[in-house]
Design a protein around this ligand. Structure first.
Ligand SMILES: [Zn+2]
Length: 212
C-alpha cells in the first residue's frame, strides 16, 4: 500500500525525466519496493531470512517475476531489510553494496533467531559502489537518481533519491522538533535529502509521506 498519506498514486509522471513505477511488494509490516518500467530494474530492501515464499507471493500478485529483477539494494543491513539478500544472490539477483555499508553486512547474520534459515552473502559477487559513483551506476541499470548517506537509524543507512523526487529512506526516523542524540544526526540526513531534491518519502514501514 502506498500513496495514501500523500494522495499520490505509485506512478508520478513528470515529463522532463525518465520515470519508473514504484511497486510496493512489502509484507509483514515492512515495505519492499520494485522500481520498474517495461521491466523491473531494482528491488529496494527485502525481508527476513525464511520469508522468500512471502516475497514471491507479493511479486506474483503484482505480476512481477523474481527472476526478472536484476538488482537489489538494501537501505541498511538490518534483518527486516536485508535478511534474504544472500538467498536472492544465490537465485541470480545482484546485490548492490554501497562501500559505507560493507562493515554492517554481517550484522544480519548475527541474529540467532535467523540462524537456521539464513543464507550468507556472497561478498565476492556483490557489486560494490560508492556514493559518488551511484548516479552513473544507477543510470546504467535504468534508474535516474542517486544514493546518499542518511545515518540516524544506523550508521550504514543510505537513501535512494529518484530524480522525480521520491526517496527510499529505509528506517530513517521522521524529523522531530527539538531532537536530541541520534535524532540530530537523522535531522541532518533529512536536510541532505531535501537538498538533493527528495520530496516524497517511501519509508521502510508505513505509508508514503511528503517531506518537509
Ligand atoms: Zn532498521
Amino acid at each position: 500500500m502506498q500513496g495514501q498519506a500523500s494522495g499520490l498514486s505509485f506512478f508520478v509522471p513528470r515529463s522532463a525525466v525518465n520515470t519508473v513505477n514504484i511497486i510496493n511488494v512489502g509484507y509483514t509490516s515492512t515495505n519492499y519496493y520494485v522500481l520498474a518500467d517495461k521491466k523491473p530494474h531494482l528491488l529496494v530492501d527485502v525481508g527476513f531470512a525464511g520469508t522468500l515464499p512471502k516475497l514471491q507471493h507479493e511479486l506474483k500478485r503484482m505480476d512481477i517475476q523474481l527472476a526478472h529483477i536484476p538488482y537489489l539494494l538494501a537501505t541498511h543491513y538490518h534483518p527486516d531489510h536485508a535478511g534474504l539478500a544472500g538467498e536472492l544472490q544465490k537465485m541470480g539477483m545482484k546485490l548492490i553494496v554501497v562501500d559505507i555499508q560493507q562493515a554492517a553486512i554481517d550484522g544480519v547474520q548475527g541474529d540467532p533467531k535467523l540462524a537456521k534459515q539464513y543464507v550468507g552473502y556472497d561478498r565476492k559477487a556483490a557489486v560494490v559502489i560508492n556514493l559518488e559513483g551511484s548516479r552513473k551506476f544507477l543510470a546504467g541499470i535504468g534508474v535516474q537518481g542517486q544514493i546518499i548517506a542518511t545515518p540516524g537509524h544506523s550508521d550504514d543507512s543510505v537513501s535512494l533519491i529518484l530524480d522525480t523526487g521520491e526517496a527510499f529512506t529505509g528506517d530513517l526516523p521522521r524529523p522531530l522538533a527539538g531532537a536530541e542524540g541520534s535524532m540530530i544526526i537523522a535531522g541532518e540526513s533529512w536536510e541532505a535529502l531535501v537538498a538533493q531534491g527528495a520530496m516524497v518519502s517511501y519509508p521502510g514501514h508505513g505509508p508514503t509521506y511528503k517531506i518537509g
